[in-house]
Design a protein around this ligand. Structure first.
Ligand SMILES: [Zn+2]
Length: 774
């Protein structure tokens, strides 16, 4: 019994099962619990189980609660602060006095595991699995669970994208029993960035990333992080690490081997249970820090990917369709895929079963090998505070940089990534250079030095081929993340400091992480151009990233929807219309009727296309980026073509790299940028041949080899080709931008070019007399 504040006596409630609470078991065919109900369930677990604590870390982009559930034995919960203190000491070996203290920390500490679910909202199994797993840990008295609770502190984020979890569950449940059951939700499932939300683990732009990094990672520095995903449904049933090459070279070997060991253990446990279709050493590489914060923060990152169904509706996979795969063949038994799945029915019950089994295997390993995890964690951090021989003594980010937004952004990233950064009071001298007082110093003997190193240095991605002389091996994501190049900031590695580091950083201010977005004056007040950012039901993620960037700048703009475009008379409402990277087919036709409710079907359509052409000819300006340039070129019959459209990847390949672009200094589009800029180039980027008499070229890919960071095969195909083209059409104009000027909100270097492009007065066409009178 306990007595409430009002004096009423209540029976101590029993821990509710998911079935009691939701009316169905987690992983029931065609049933999804939404976020509102899931958070209610976790509150209930916390109220009824002494093993469970729920913290609300803040609210999401659209206002849902963002929660973290901490689960361990009641005894451990009772001394959580002490256990947290032990973990913080192991995280920073400089704070440990000697072997006696270290031995005591090893004796008393617990393995800290962070499990994160359903960052990709349509991968619906993740959040359902969380409720089942957390309930078991809250209530079971089995030996297995007891061993986990005694030895492990589990920090669980039951959804990394609660907005998407809520939207997708509601959308799906509405669709059940209709012709559209399990069909696509026609908007990005993260408000701004959709599927790219798991590419944000060093830029920290989105609220959900920020809350997770500050509230979970930096609070606990977990030894193990397990991010639960789903993949396509035609091959293996579940994937665990080892990852395939390349592994980014600043990841400590002790973490690479820890990942290999743990992933292999999970595969072994799940296979031992008779579950078929477990693959390791396939599909996913370990290169980009954008997906793996913890590789640079002392933690082993386990990605698992379970085969998908049609949301929560089962699918049947015909055996003869199974085959192929990346670094394995789904039809053939092999060392890394010993027990192939041979097809049949696959649905949410299977997905949750596999995910749950994987998570339990991980927790079991964490419990049984507690001592190994603590020792390995300490040693990784110890090597970092000693400094790796490959690293400089310090990085210096000189004071007084031109790009204030870029400088603030880089400092914010380093500080949010728990990197020690000092604004020095004295000049920095080293390697024959001098930097004034007020410069920022990053000492490279500190726990998270690897995070600073990978983000500040230039990437030289290995030239990996399918076979000798054959096509390139596609990286899983991109190949460059050099912040100084992306953000137009100078950063200098120094090896031979003349003033000792201690003196340099003594009394130095620690920068507070914050953005400093500077909206150009022309976009303020009544004279600002009226901007329409085209937004279809198939909005590309780059469109969402652009909304985010505009919103952060407090730029006034309108999202231009198909319905408005079809009405015509666009000049009445807009001066500029921006198309992000989107195909002609998608812009014109959108979703097919019957695949989504009618109000979301269709694209610009014939009326919209006619209206857009009229908009330009009547004096409007269109800015088209990457693939959408094709739509505009065809619409207006421009004599501009993409020269790299049909080149074999063995001859030309740029899978996400930073290239130098030369600017025509007299072009208004280049204003404020000097004679060159570093730009983001990837699969959907373009290089133009221009024979249009009304065109001027504002930027060209650098001659010679334009590569500055990442990987580029066949530089001769780009060198000297047009990258940005402006064309006068009727009374209006278009700007075609071949590269991505707002790559995941990181390419600060090219933001000024995008803003310049959106200023109608930057049009080459002289104003008419009539316009001058206005
Ligand atoms: Zn995913």
């Amino acid at each position: 019994m306990f007595v409430s504040q009002s004096g009423t006596a209540w029976a101590v409630q029993e821990i509710p099962t998911p079935e009691d609470y939701f009316g169905f078991e987690m992983g029931t065919e065609r049933k999804l619990a939404n976020w509102t109900n899931l958070t209610g369930f976790y509150e209930q677990l916390a109220k009824t189980s002494g093993r469970v604590k729920v913290d609300t870390l803040g609210t999401t982009t659209v206002g849902h609660p963002f929660i973290m559930v901490t689960v361990t034995s009641e005894e451990n919960q009772g001394r959580l602060d002490e256990l947290h203190g032990i973990q913080m000491k192991l995280a920073d070996p400089r704070t440990i006095t000697g072997t006696t203290e270290l031995e005591e920390l090893y004796e008393k500490g617990k393995t800290v595991v962070l499990i994160t679910h359903q960052i990709h909202a349509t991968e619906v199994g993740g959040a359902q699995t969380a409720a089942r797993l957390l309930h078991r840990l809250a209530s079971s008295d089995s030996e297995k669970v007891k061993e986990i609770l005694d030895n492990v502190i589990l920090v669980d984020i039951p959804s990394l994208n609660p907005d998407g979890t809520e939207w997708v569950a509601n959308w799906y449940m509405e669709s059940v029993g209709t012709e559209m059951e399990g069909g696509p939700m026609p908007w990005l499932y993260h408000y701004y960035v959709g599927h790219d939300n798991n590419r944000d683990w060093y830029a920290f732009t989105q609220k959900e990333t920020e809350m997770t990094v500050l509230g979970a990672h930096n609070q606990w520095h977990p030894h193990i992080v397990h991010d639960i995903h789903q993949m396509g449904g035609g091959g293996a049933r579940i994937m665990f690490p080892p990852y395939i090459d390349p592994i980014e070279h600043n990841v400590d070997p002790g973490l690479v081997t820890a990942v290999n060991m743990l992933g292999s253990y999970m595969a072994a446990e799940v296979t031992a249970q008779g579950k078929k279709g477990v693959v390791t050493s396939a599909i996913y590489d370990g290169f980009s820090p954008a997906r793996s914060y913890q590789h640079y923060h002392g933690g082993a990152r386990i990605l698992s990917e379970t085969a998908s169904a049609r949301m929560a509706t089962s699918v049947e996979i015909a055996p003869e369709t199974i085959g192929g795969g990346r670094e394995y063949d789904a039809a053939t038994a092999s060392a890394n895929y010993p027990d192939p799945w041979r097809g049949g029915v696959w649905g949410l019950p299977d997905i949750v079963e596999y995910m749950d089994a994987g998570a339990m295997a991980l927790l079991t390993n964490a419990a049984k090998n507690r001592r190994y995890w603590l020792e390995n964690f300490y040693k990784v951090n110890y090597r970092a505070v000693k400094g790796w021989p490959e690293w400089p003594e310090a990085w210096v980010i000189p004071a007084k940089q031109e790009n204030k937004s870029g400088l603030a952004y880089v400092l914010r990233i380093l500080r949010m990534g728990d990197v020690e950064v000092y604004e020095t009071n004295v000049p920095v001298k080293g390697d024959g250079k001098t930097f004034p007082a007020g410069s920022f110093v990053v000492p490279m003997q500190q726990p998270y030095a690897s995070f600073a190193q990978t983000l500040l240095e230039v990437q030289h991605y290995p030239d990996l081929r399918e076979f000798r002389g054959g096509p390139p091996k596609r990286p899983y994501d991109v190949t460059a993340h050099t912040l100084p190049l992306l953000m137009n900031v100078d950063a200098v590695p120094l090896d031979d400091l003349q003033v000792p580091l201690e003196a340099l950083i003594a009394g130095g201010a620690i920068p507070t992480p914050s953005f400093d977005f500077q909206l150009p004056e022309e976009f303020k007040g009544d004279q600002a151009p009226r901007i329409g950012l085209y937004k279809s039901a198939q909005e590309p993620m780059e469109g969402g990233w652009t909304r985010w960037m505009f919103d952060q700048h407090v730029l006034q703009y309108d999202t231009l929807k198909d319905k408005r475009a079809r009405k015509g008379a666009l000049v009445e409402d807009y001066d500029v219309i921006v198309f992000q990277d989107q195909s002609k087919e998608s812009i014109e036709n959108g979703y097919r009727k019957g695949t989504v409710p009618d109000s979301y079907a269709g694209g610009l359509g014939e009326e919209g296309v006619v209206a857009l052409e009229a908009f330009v000819r009547e004096g409007g300006r269109v800015v088209a980026i990457e693939e959408s340039t094709e739509f505009i070129i065809q619409l207006l019959g421009l004599k501009v073509s993409n020269t790299v459209a049909r080149i074999d990847p063995a001859s030309f390949y740029v899978p996400g790299s930073i290239l130098e672009v030369d600017l025509e200094e007299e072009s208004p589009l280049a204003r404020g940028l000097g004679n060159s800029v570093n730009a983001w180039y990837w699969g959907s980027s373009r290089a133009f041949d221009v024979s249009e008499p009304e065109a001027t070229v504002a930027a060209r890919y650098g001659r010679g080899n334009p590569l500055r960071s990442g990987w580029l095969l066949g530089p001769e195909h780009l060198a000297g080709k047009a990258a940005v083209v402006e064309v006068s059409v009727g009374k209006g104009s278009v700007v075609l931008i071949g590269f991505q000027p707002n790559y995941r909100a990181q390419s600060v270097a090219t933001w000024p070019l995008l803003f310049n492009a959106m200023m109608p007065e930057n049009s080459r066409r002289p104003a008419t007399e009539e316009e001058n009178k206005k």
